[in-house]
Structure formats: C-alpha cells, structure tokens
Design a protein. Structure first.
Lengths: 439, 326
C-alpha cells in the first residue's frame, strides 16, 4: 500500500496541518519520510480535511433492482460523495431479512472496494410488519448487523415495535424507524398543506410522522432501548425529539439533505423528481430542521439515496416512484443549507461522520486522530459549480438539485488508506479486496 | 395562452375572452348547419384515461362543430391497460399527428406534465385531472351564470349577450364534497377571479386542509349559510359512491339530511336563486328531484353551454385568435 502525506490541509477548518497515512492508518507526520519512495505527496492547499463521511441511510438496490443501482455503482457514488461508510437499507428483493442476504450485501460491498458497505437488516420478515425477522442471526452473521429497519414502510404495530426495541438490546442494536402512520397516509402523494389543497393531490399530514415518533419515543423510554428516527421532516417531529432528549430517552434522529433544502412548493411543477417519502414539507419545517441540526436535536445527515430507473420517474406524478438520489451532492447541499447558521466544519464532521459512526458502531470512521483508520475526505470549499446529475457515478438520475449552483466539491476520498477518489475523479478500488476491515 | 391546464393561472382577461368567444359559438349552435370551417384539417385527440361519456361527447361535439377531425382514445381496451407508459402513449399519438390533446386522467397534474415534458408539442386541454382541476367545467359554469345573472336566456343563441363582463358581486355557494372535487377547485379560482363572492359549504371532513387560504367564505352548516346569506346561485357537488363508506360522514341519510338540497331547503331559497350541478346527479342524495327539476335549475343549460365553451377553448388554443371572423 502507498503511504500518503497530505500537505497543507485545513483540518476540520481549525488550522493548517499535515496528515500522514502509513499502513492505512493516520500517524504523526514526523513518522513519515516525505522523500521516501513509497510516500505520495498530496497538495491540499486550500482544501478542508474531514473524516470520511458515514451515511446511515442509503438504498443500493442490490439484490433485485440492479437496473436502478448496484452495490458497485452505489459504492462508486459513495466514494465520489466523500462517504467511506454507507448503510444499505433492507428493502431489496429479496428483502435483507436473513443472514444470507445481509452477508451477500456485505460481501458485494467488500468486492466493490470503494466504501464500507454495512447492511441494515429488516425488522420484520419481508417488511410485512407481521413477524420479527431473524434479527439475531443477522447480528451474528459475518455482516455483523446492528441497525434494523423496515425503511420504506413503518413498523406501525405498536406491540411489534415494542418487541423489536427490546429484542435488539441483546447486542446493543438500534431500531431505525420510518415514521409514517399508514392509515393517515393512504394514497398520499405529497405533504398535506396549502399546496396539496390547491393541487388536489392526496395529502400526507405531518401528524402521520409525528404521532409515530411520539409513540416510539414513549416505547423506547419504557423499555430502555435505542431508537433512531429516519428522515425527520417536520417541525413537530423536531419538537417531540427535543422533548424526548430532555427526558433522557436514547433517541437519535436523522435529516436528509433534501429536507433541509426543498419545499412542497416545487410540487407545483408536477415533476416526479420532487416526489419523495417523506414528502417535501414547508418553509417553516425546513427552518426548524436546520435549527435542529445546528443545535444537535437532530444528530446526523442521512442521504436516503434512492435511485430509480428513468421509467419510474418519467411518468405522471401519481404513477411515479418516491425517492431521490443524493450521496454525491449531500455534503455540498448541507453546506449550502447551513450557510446562515453557526455551523462550522467541526459541526459538519459531527453530523456527517463522527456521530453516525458512533450510532452505527462503525469504529473505523469518524476521526482524524493519530491511530485512526485512514478514512479521510478532502473538500474544496471554493469550487463553485453547477450540479449535473448525468455526470454522477450513481445510476440514478433522479437528483432534485440539477442545475443548482453550489460552492463545495469533494476532491479526494481516502478509504482505509487507499485513494479511491482522486483530484475529483474516481480512482481504483481498495486493493486489499475483502480484508480491510480485518486490519 | 398555449394550454388550458387550470383556472388558477387563467387571467381575468383570458377568461372573459373565452366566455365572449363562447357567445359567438353559441350562435353557431342555432344554425341549420352547426359547423364552422375554422379547424378544417386539424386533428383533436380526446385522450381519456378515465371513463367519462359526457365530457368526452361534449369535447367531441365542440371539435366537430369547428370542422376538426376527432380521434378518441380511451384507456380501457388500449395498450395503457396492458402497461404502456404515459410517455409511449403520448409519443404514439404525437406520431399519428395530433394538433391538440384533450386529456382526462385520474391523477392530478397529468395534463400539466404532458404540457411540460417535451413528449409532444401541441396545446393541451385539461378535461379533468384527479381531484385537481376541470377548467372547462368552471368556464361553462361561469358562462351559464353570466347569462342567467345578466337576465339573459341561460343557454342557446342570444343577440347582444353579456360580452365583456365578469361576475362581479355575485354571491355563489358551492356545496358538498369540495375535498375530492376538481370542479370545486376550478370554480373557486375562476369565479373569484371574475369578481364573484364564493362560499363553500361542506362538512369539515370534505374540505381540504388549508382551505382557509382560498379566496372563499367557509360554512359547515348548510341551513345556517342559506339563512344568513342570499345566494345568487347554489352549486351542488356530486358525492361519489366510493366516498360514502370511508367515514367522511356517518351515512347517506345523514349527509342528505344535513347537506342535501332538499325540497324544503329549495322552498326556503329566495325566488331568484339559481340551482346548478355539474352532473351526473345523485337524485335524492345531494340534490332532491324537486330542486333538480325546478325552473330555477340551470343544469341542462350547463350541459348545452359546455359545447360552446369547449368550442371557444379549442378555437382559442388552435388558432391563437381572439374572435371569430364570422
């Protein structure tokens, strides 16, 4: 493996320093001979260094929907977006509800070699909300699953949710809830509000999300379990989570880049690129989410990267699939969304790397301290450019930010010491194949 | 004006212009030969993804009276029912040479989407999309109201009809299932834009969340509203059968009792109040036979005027002209 000396980077935006990578580990720069034949110098003048990003929420579509995304194409998108670890949701075909499927996803991720792919296991068999999936077997498999979610579908049965929360305590697992009361959202097509009233699209009320979060917070408190709320999208949800945290409930919450940036006004175009679950909400919700991310009520950014084939988006609104891609634009969008807040690069590293790494137990990520695994991203904060989805590594072209001008771009991603993204271009996968996490 | 997709973005000037052209078109309907040669050689495609005999026939009659060729495409029995995508359907029709699309679709926004995707570059007329809008219905309602309130014969040819006018000051009640009604949405915007004072009367379950932002006055109680206001016209909305068992209200009897235009309520209305309904009616449910058949009912005038208004819309979109050269 090549060793690297990253020179002149602004580390976490806190000052210029060198970062040395030796044997896939961050070391004291003095330990590295810059003139050594196996040391590559990286000029990082003007660049910011952050720990490699960790995404708690992606859909890599494999197995089953390889025309929308594969673990390889999704991994390449992750590396391009600065993510050194991504969690793959369970709603594949077959569903990731057995040790066999999660091990397959895990193995394909290792073979791809661009990012650490960590499978999320289903809570219930087939995401059907009837019976618990083999959570213990998935936890004890080679994939070592710790996060369980029926994402895409809410675990709406309160008793089943209680049991799941209790059961995962066996191995300090987390239930990641997709909070959507199913009866309140039957046929729902967009946020219920002034815009849905005018457009005549069946509405998706905020209370459908908030009522589930309120219930689950109380359940988690009652049984003393860890609860994670996926893609929080409303002001009311933020209030409930803030209240729960003040009571000491072990709850963490996530927001997507698109919910920090876009509102339901965009649905007036009837362009299905804006169709997503949970739906785009209002300006007041966007403001509340930004404030919650800044003050720590919301812990992490999760992209909810959801690629779809063109035929599922190039249709009428009501027939279109829900979801947006976003791994490759996440960091730039969060920077734009938070530009008016007291939110610096340390905060960015906290919500996009250190905290998601801590919640998920991704021990190789989240830190630039000496001795840490060399998972590092370099970003250029002054590289104004226009977002062009066709240029992205993901197969999904359903990026809602097409045409938007942003200031920040990813220049380099180091993945366990290997430069998988280099000077703004995808490079080679990690040469160690399946062995890096065993280091 | 390239398309007619909704009334919310229709200017007062354009709306009045369409109503005035429709006055001209109404003259044609009285002639021995009910045809104008203005769209000869043009093809209007009626693209109906949802069953609707009345609206389709009305558009077909309108196009034929303008001498256009008409192609009818209905989703049932077509490739759509075999899973063909909207894009492929539209591009197929485009390849056959359509000059205008008249689209009805069960999904809100589909005509808007067709007008903006680049799959086809012809004028699109929304003939009803989901629970969004039904602009030609609102235009024919406005046309009928403008006639009736101006003291003219409500339908047919009228010499020196109410051209150039709006509906300024007219107090109009729309009663019933506003939530699921594209007719209500189109009427709220159009009638308000033409200067009418629009009142919505419905149980809270059948009003959309956020309705307070609309340019309307709201009432839950029909009797109270009829007692406190003098309406120039009361428009009853159809309640679809599938809504009757979804707990929007306890049962049909209670709905009819509280929000139906019964014979007793009809008798209590001022003599000048007109009765309207976009059809098809549920007699004995939202409207009693006494009201539907009353001399004050404009329901058949609405149907008749529908042809003139749709002629005006097609004429306006396909020729880009404001008035006929008749």
């Amino acid at each position: 493996m090549t060793d690297y000396l990253i020179r002149g980077a602004n580390v976490l935006g806190q000052g210029i320093a060198d970062i040395a990578i030796k044997d896939s580990t961050i070391v004291d720069p003095d330990l590295l001979d810059p003139d050594g034949s196996d040391v590559e110098l990286v000029n990082a003048d003007g660049l910011i260094a952050l720990p490699g990003l960790v995404d708690m929420h992606t859909h890599l579509r494999e197995p089953g929907k390889e025309d929308a995304e594969t673990i390889l194409s999704g991994s390449r998108a992750a590396a391009s977006g600065g993510f050194t670890c991504v969690h793959a949701m369970a709603n594949t075909a077959p569903v990731a509800d057995t040790a066999g499927v999660v091990e397959q996803v895990h193995r394909l991720g290792r073979t791809a070699g661009y990012t650490e792919v960590v499978p999320i296991g289903a809570v219930t068999i087939g995401l059907e909300g009837q019976n618990l999936a083999e959570i213990g077997a998935m936890a004890r498999s080679a994939a070592r699953v710790r996060i369980f979610s029926d994402d895409g579908i809410c675990v709406s049965d309160p008793l089943l949710m209680r049991r799941a929360l209790e059961y995962v305590k066996t191995f300090d697992g987390v239930i990641a809830q997709h909070a959507q009361e199913p009866r309140l959202t039957e046929g729902a097509q967009m946020n219920e509000g002034v815009v849905s009233a005018e457009l005549g699209l069946p509405g998706w009320p905020a209370v459908a999300e908030e009522s589930i979060i309120a219930r689950d917070v109380l359940l988690a408190e009652h049984v003393g379990s860890r609860l994670h709320i996926c893609h929080v999208s409303t002001k009311g949800s933020v209030d409930i989570i803030r209240w729960a945290k003040s009571r000491g409930v072990e709850i963490t919450a996530e927001v997507t880049p698109h919910h920090l940036m876009l509102t339901d006004e965009l649905v007036r175009s009837f362009d299905p690129v804006y169709k997503v679950n949970p739906p785009l909400r209002t300006e007041a919700d966007v403001t509340a989410l930004r404030e919650a991310l800044a003050d720590g009520t919301i812990d992490v950014i999760g992209t909810d990267h959801a690629p779809h084939t063109a035929e599922h988006k190039c249709s009428e609104w009501t027939a279109a699939a829900m979801g947006m891609v976003g791994m490759e634009t996440a960091l730039a969008i969060v920077v734009e969304a938070m530009s008016d807040y007291d939110f610096d690069y340390r905060d960015l590293a906290r919500v996009m790397s250190a905290t998601p790494a801590r919640i998920t137990g991704a021990t190789g990520h989240g830190s630039l301290e000496s001795g840490s695994s060399a998972n590092i991203v370099l970003i250029d904060p002054n590289s104004t450019h226009t977002i062009v989805p066709a240029d992205h590594a993901t197969k999904g072209r359903n990026n809602p930010f097409a045409g938007l001008e942003v200031s920040t771009s990813i220049t380099d991603t180091f993945f366990y010491g290997h430069r998988v993204f280099s000077g703004g271009e995808l490079s080679t996968p990690h040469p160690a194949g399946a062995s890096w996490t065993d280091q | 004006m390239k398309h007619l997709l909704d009334t919310v973005s229709l200017s007062r000037e354009d709306a009045i212009s369409i109503l005035d052209i429709a006055e001209e078109m109404a003259q044609v309907s009285e002639r021995e030969v009910k045809k104008l040669p203005v769209l000869r050689g043009r093809t209007v495609v009626n693209l109906f993804f949802e069953d609707s005999t009345r609206t389709r026939l009305s558009f077909e009659a309108a196009a034929k009276r303008l001498s256009a060729d008409v192609l009818n495409f209905s989703a049932k029995g077509s490739s759509v029912s075999k899973g063909e995508s909207l894009q492929d359907t539209i591009q197929t029709i485009s390849a056959m040479g359509a000059d205008a699309l008249v689209v009805r679709h069960p999904g809100s926004g589909t005509p808007h989407r067709l007008a903006h995707t680049g799959w086809i570059d012809v004028p699109v007329v929304n003939a009803g999309d989901g629970t969004h809008e039904h602009p030609t219905q609102a235009l024919l309602d406005a046309f009928t109201l403008r006639r009736a309130l101006g003291g003219f014969c409500a339908s047919g040819a009228v010499k020196d009809g109410p051209r150039g006018r709006g509906l300024d000051g007219a107090k109009v009640a729309i009663v019933g299932d506003v939530l699921h009604s594209r007719v209500a949405r189109s009427n709220v915007h159009l009638l308000a834009n033409l200067g009418a004072e629009v009142h919505l009367i419905a149980p809270p379950t059948l009003l959309p969340w956020g309705v307070e932002t609309w340019p309307v006055t709201l009432h839950y109680d029909l009797d109270e509203a009829l007692h406190s206001e003098e309406f120039a016209a009361v428009m009853m909305l159809r309640v679809q059968h599938e809504r009757m068992h979804e707990s929007f209200f306890p049962n049909e009897r209670e709905y009819a009792r509280l929000w139906g235009l019964s014979a007793a309520r009809l008798a209590g209305l001022p003599k000048e109040t007109f009765i309207m309904h976009p059809g098809p009616m549920n007699r004995g449910f939202e409207i009693s036979a006494a009201a539907a058949d009353s001399p004050r009912a404009l329901i058949l005038d609405q149907v008749e005027n529908g042809v003139s208004v749709r002629m005006a819309v097609l004429y306006r979109l396909l020729t880009g002209q404001e008035e006929t050269n008749d």
